[in-house]
Design a protein around this ligand. Structure first.
Ligand code: G6Q
Length: 545
């Protein structure tokens, strides 16, 4: 990949100067002087419509941002990813989640070998299993059909399928209950299994490495729970399936290799929904719907790879995010889906974005002198309106927001959907244009209350609108954000596909676990705060006096 320091590029410097002017702009003024921007600053791709006109940008800003993307080699970087170059350099791997949903006949090579036949073979095996569970052909050890599917995994092996099963619920077979267990907190296991019958429960143990402590502890608990009821180790073969890259560890755990669904080290955890990690979703919605979702991913992949920068939706979102993050001082970015089925989407994007671009050294290992990934957060509308939107409207922070909505509901109920969408449109309008003191006065507001009821506006938003939340639009929506995050990582000159902070967490607890559980009075060599806390916990647990 091209080596550069983004802040030293002339294109970056030009944007800094431009931002000085932009700080004076108001969206009211931008719309007054350019009344057509609401139509012009929009585009469609893969079934998604994006209106980005309510941003503090002009055509010139966009041109300058595009110039930066070009100077940083975004198209070449995309090409490098799609052609299987080892762009995840710190882990020495290619990054090929796009191969998982490559619906064309294009071969994708890793070290000279086409991986598409492996990808298709696993999809076929997933299809067979999903059908067998859905039709009742797959029987539990006692001969009963499966009614509960429990995914045990964490992080990238949980957030994607959990979010997707919720998002595509209208397409799911409601006779099968989907549950997700991720946390090492025993409460999660106990609460998610307490009303389930082991004879009708299939566990999917989802772990790329098959060594993650939380997942292994929960999988062991599941096996014990299952065997306590079935009293025969042979039951494991009918009630446990593994989704992993690590055959050896899967076998060591006792899961039959025929029940293992493989993926590969070139699939990052947070990018793994289209791999075997998507099996719970395929069981829920069926193989056909799952493939439609892959189609949606693929059409956004193609759009990203083949469209010039200035009509490229992920690139536009990336550059707008960068504009606020690096030039106008925003620290966070809100994701606000106006669809209850997307309730977990902000949490999913939080991992995608923050784990990918939460980095403080560049690709040369030097500390960065520029801001990298923002804090990503959000909740579905309209709930958020009755909670944190106050700060969005009148707080002192600049929070760019993405509003995501759909024209048709899966649950037409009275005029609910029109009301929901009225809020959706009203919020972006109010955030952009606010309410001036003159308007507030004109409404007969007492003078003392005018400052409190005035809304400055000028709060930027993107609006993403689609016809309906279908598997296809859903796939396109995720791919949109994946490529947005990728583009930003390229411009920030950071590695977006490693996650050493997660690895750290996996190591850190190990030593303290030994110390909290050891007999006697183990010597503690942490700082005084950590030592004191550990002692206090040990005493409370009766492990020392
Ligand atoms: C994702 C991260 C992380 C990972 C989990 C689970 O990109 O690497 O969230 O998915 O730590 O890891 P395993 O799948 O290996 O159990």
């Amino acid at each position: 990949m091209q080596q550069f320091t983004p802040v030293d590029l002339p294109e970056w410097r030009a944007l800094e100067t431009h931002a000085e002017e932009a700080k004076e702009w108001h969206l009211r003024e931008l719309f007054r002087t350019d009344p057509e921007r609401g139509v012009r600053m929009s585009l469609e791709a893969a079934g998604l419509f994006l209106d980005y006109s309510k941003n503090r940008v002009t055509d010139e800003t966009m041109r300058r941002l595009m110039a930066l993307a070009g100077a940083c080699g975004v198209p070449a970087a995309a090409e490098a990813m799609f052609s299987g170059k080892p762009i995840n350099a710190t882990e020495r791997r290619p990054v090929l989640h796009i191969a998982l949903r490559n619906r064309s006949n294009r071969p994708i090579l890793v070290e000279g070998r086409d991986v598409m036949s492996d990808v298709r073979a696993v999809l076929d095996r997933m299809t067979t299993l999903a059908r067998a569970v859905r039709t009742g052909e797959w029987r539990g050890f006692t001969g009963r059909p499966i009614r509960n599917v429990v995914n045990i995994g964490i992080g990238g092996s949980d957030l994607g399928p959990a979010m997707a099963c919720e998002a595509l619920k209208p397409f799911s077979d409601r006779r099968i209950a989907l549950r997700f267990i991720s946390n090492i907190d025993g409460t999660h296991f106990v609460e998610q299994t307490r009303d389930l019958d082991p004879a009708e429960t299939l566990f999917l143990v989802a772990s790329k490495t098959f060594t993650t402590r939380e997942t292994m502890a929960n999988a062991a608990a599941a096996r014990a729970w299952c065997l306590a009821a079935m009293k025969d180790p042979a039951a494991v073969a009918r009630h446990f399936v593994a989704l992993s890259t690590n055959r050896q560890e899967v076998e060591r755990f006792g899961i039959d290799r025929r029940n293992m669904f493989e993926f590969w080290d070139w699939v990052g955890g947070r990018y793994s929904l289209c791999s075997a990690i998507g099996l719970p979703l395929m069981i829920a919605v069926g193989p056909e719907r799952f493939m439609e979702m892959l189609d949606g991913f693929h059409s956004m992949d193609r759009h990203f790879l083949e469209t010039p920068l200035d009509r490229n939706m992920p690139v536009i979102l990336a550059l707008l995010g960068l504009w606020y993050n690096n030039f106008l001082g925003a620290e966070s970015h809100a994701i606000l889906p106006y669809d209850q089925y997307l309730a977990r989407f902000p949490a999913y994007l939080q991992q995608l974005d923050m784990e990918s671009n939460g980095k403080n050294v560049d690709r040369q290992g030097r500390p960065v002198r520029w801001q990298t990934g923002p804090i990503v957060w959000g909740e579905p509308g309209t709930n958020g309106q009755h909670a944190f939107y106050q700060l969005l409207h009148q707080g002192t922070k600049l929070v760019p927001c993405d509003f995501i909505g759909f024209c048709r509901s899966h649950n037409p109920l009275g005029d609910h959907h029109d009301q929901l969408m009225a809020n959706f449109f009203a919020q972006t309008e109010a955030l952009a244009f606010g309410r001036t003191s003159t308007e507030v006065e004109a409404a007969g507001t007492p003078a003392t209350l005018v400052p409190f009821k005035t809304f400055k506006g000028n709060r930027p938003t993107n609006t993403i609108l689609a016809e309906q939340l279908t598997p296809q639009t859903f796939g396109a929506l995720i791919a949109l954000y994946e490529h947005k995050v990728f583009t930003q990582g390229v411009i920030w000159n950071i590695y977006s596909f490693d996650q050493w902070g997660v690895q750290l967490g996996k190591e850190l607890a190990e030593r303290i676990f030994q110390e909290t559980t050891a007999d006697g009075r183990p010597p503690l060599a942490h700082d005084s705060s950590t030592n004191h806390l550990i002692r206090r916990y040990r005493i409370a647990r009766g492990r020392e006096a």
